[in-house]
Design a protein around this ligand. Structure first.
Ligand SMILES: [Ca+2]
Length: 400
């Protein structure tokens, strides 16, 4: 269902605190900050009190990390416009940020360009248009950079977000979005399973949807429990995506997955088969693992692999050419915490090789940051969003 030109008010810096009721219809967000979890107050981000200490982070030789901005509470998916504005979504915060000239030496502070949305975690750009996935809705801001520049600094104007879709499932459990446009220009929209483990009558649950430019929607991939990160391989064009495994089967089963979809209609196992080989105790009865597409890469269970991107720059050493960087948000229901890191998968003749790339946000059982997304900049650096510390980091290679 389309509602062109439905106005959605924004909050400029001068309007903070003067919000009208903007776009608040729809269910309330779940309060979890993990990616597979119902309420867990211990895991709530507290951006105002997190102590950012980059010296605790470990990177490979020759790499350095810096804070691009520490004023983006609850930062989730990032997208960079051709004009250099970094847009950042959030979950429970309900805001969307813009960081104009984000990669310039002294960028201005972030601006809140939309508020009171329901989990606006997923962002994508097509041309100059910004798309925001907020649970059951997809919003679009045409000509985003220009709209931002022309916004009335007194805050009396509204950025003209339009509602492109509002009939996606509104189940908040795993309902938050990650968005991306395929090389062919279709918008991919995941809809997570509305549960830890279940089989739904609505085939849109536990899937990745594809929205064509003409507005038609189809299920592109089945059996996907909860993907919060994907990218298209720069050479093969295949869709690679993370998928968070089910809970309550112990500390180490099933593994988190990175899957590859080469065509429409593939089934990746959920809820019947996990991690390629693990039959679900309930929904795996009578099922055969071979009937489902297995993961390409396995990651420690409960790591919560979220945002992922192929490295397309030319600044990092050659082993990172087309490597896959993954933000691992970290565990919530494990006896000892895992994840809270950025990993990298490199590829050579012998296959794929997974290794931690940046660690240190987790110290013992205490975490001060949670990576949620990654982005490769045109100048070959890596940005990382952190929804606990409320930070965007920039990773550079400065070695020789
Ligand atoms: Ca699977």
């Amino acid at each position: 269902m389309r509602h062109p030109h439905t106005p959605i008010s924004i909050r400029t810096p001068l309007l903070v605190g003067l919000l009208m009721s903007l776009v608040g219809c729809g269910p309330q967000p779940s309060q979890d900050s993990s990616d597979d979890v119902n309420t867990s107050s211990a895991a709530q981000p507290d951006a105002n009190h997190t102590h950012i200490d980059l010296s605790t982070l470990s990177l490979p030789e020759g790499f350095s990390i810096e804070v691009l901005s520490d004023a983006v509470p609850n930062a989730r998916q990032m997208v960079l416009s051709a004009g250099g504005t970094l847009y950042v979504g959030t979950m429970e915060r309900g805001d969307v940020y813009a960081l104009p000239n984000a990669l310039a030496p002294n960028p201005p502070p972030p601006v809140v360009i939309a508020s009171d949305l329901v989990m606006p975690s997923g962002l994508a750009m097509k041309g100059n248009d910004l798309y925001v996935g907020a649970l059951h809705r997809v919003l679009v801001l045409k000509g985003a950079d220009a709209a931002l520049e022309s916004a009335d600094p007194a805050g009396t104007g509204a950025l003209p977000f339009e509602v492109l879709l509002d009939d996606l499932p509104d189940e908040p459990h795993h309902g938050w979005k990650y968005l991306g446009f395929s090389p062919e220009g279709a918008l991919y929209i995941p809809v997570g399973a509305p549960c830890n483990i279940c089989l739904s009558d609505d085939e849109r649950f536990a899937s990745i949807l594809r929205l064509e430019p003409d507005g038609s929607t189809s299920v592109y991939a089945h059996g996907v429990r909860n993907t919060v990160g994907f990218d298209w391989h720069p050479e093969t064009g295949a869709l690679w995506f993370t998928d968070n495994g089910r809970d309550m089967m112990g500390d180490d089963i099933p593994a988190e997955e990175v899957n590859v979809a080469t065509k429409p209609g593939m089934h990746f196992g959920y809820p019947h088969v996990h991690a390629g080989t693990v039959l679900d105790p309930e929904f795996g009865q009578g099922k055969q693992p071979d009937d489902y597409s297995p993961p390409e890469v396995l990651i420690q269970a409960h790591s919560a692999a979220l945002g992922m991107k192929f490295y397309t720059g030319d600044r990092f050493p050659s082993e990172y050419g087309l490597a896959l960087f993954i933000a691992e948000h970290g565990s919530w229901n494990r006896s000892r915490k895992v994840g809270y890191l950025v990993s990298v998968v490199t590829f050579d003749e012998s296959g794929s090789h997974y290794k931690p790339f940046i660690t240190g946000w987790l110290e013992g059982e205490n975490n001060w940051g949670r990576p949620s997304d990654v982005l490769v900049t045109p100048d070959g650096n890596l940005l990382i969003s952190d929804d606990q510390a409320g930070v965007i980091y920039r990773v550079r290679y400065t070695g020789t």
